[in-house]
Design a protein around this ligand. Structure first.
Ligand code: GSH
Length: 209
């Protein structure tokens, strides 16, 4: 049986949980809220982070690599009436590099939000120059992403991995009061995040507050 190590609050793990749900793949849960002790996570992931997935004899970390594995190992389209359907792959074949660049940009934004939050929990304050740089990075990435987002998200006609990638860290950052993305500067991104909220896989993986 596949197994996912995660914390309820993790926006990175949430992306994987959404894909597992969309693909109807049951999964054993190993949940630990808060940072895992280094000795307990080192053997499962040298980066000392969650999520980590055990599946089909593989141990994988890096949320987008895990998602790539899930698309490759389980290519069947889910039998679901939810619209729009999940995209058939992590990126469009004919726009592979553009989509991977979009994912890379979203990943930098997500790392900045989570780094800011963890530094804050560690006692750093907003006056810290490196922390301020994280917030500037988030806004800079959103400016770039807003130009690439359509009224149907990043891959029109589907729920794409890019859509899920952008939603999870923004909701996390908002709930932790790290970053307010609803200031009017990124209307297409806000519309995308809002549209996703009623989707069953999104509603059933809400992060803890
Ligand atoms: N690039 C990783 C980032 C994962 C990550 O930052 N996970 C956080 C939880 S949201 C974590 O485990 N942090 C613990 C740490 O950095 O020591 C991914 O995409 O999975």
């Amino acid at each position: 049986m596949r197994k996912l190590l995660y914390s309820d609050g993790s926006p990175f793990a949430r992306k994987v949980r959404i894909i597992l749900d969309e693909k109807n793949l049951p999964c054993e849960k190993d949940v630990h809220n808060g940072l895992r002790a280094i000795d307990s996570i080192r053997d499962q992931n040298p980066a000392l982070q969650v999520p980590t997935l055990y599946d089909r004899g593989k141990v994988l970390w890096g949320s987008n690599l895990i998602i790539q594995h899930l698309f490759a190992a389980y290519p069947e389209m889910p039998d679901s009436t939810t619209q729009p359907p999940l995209s058939p792959s992590i990126a469009r074949q004919d726009q592979y590099w553009e989509d991977m660049l979009t994912l890379t940009t979203i990943e930098s934004m997500a790392d900045a939000i989570v780094t800011y939050r963890l530094m804050e929990l560690g006692g750093s304050t907003a006056e810290n120059t490196f922390m301020n740089r994280q917030l500037t990075r988030v806004a800079s990435c959103l400016d770039w992403l807003e130009q690439r987002c359509t009224s149907e998200g990043f891959w029109p006609g589907t729920l794409s991995v890019m859509d899920i990638n952008v939603m999870c860290p923004l909701i996390y950052g908002e709930s932790r009061k790290v970053f307010d993305f609803r200031i009017g500067r990124w209307p297409r991104i806000v519309a995308l995040v809002e549209r996703l909220q009623t989707r069953p896989s999104v509603a059933s993986t809400r992060i803890n507050l």
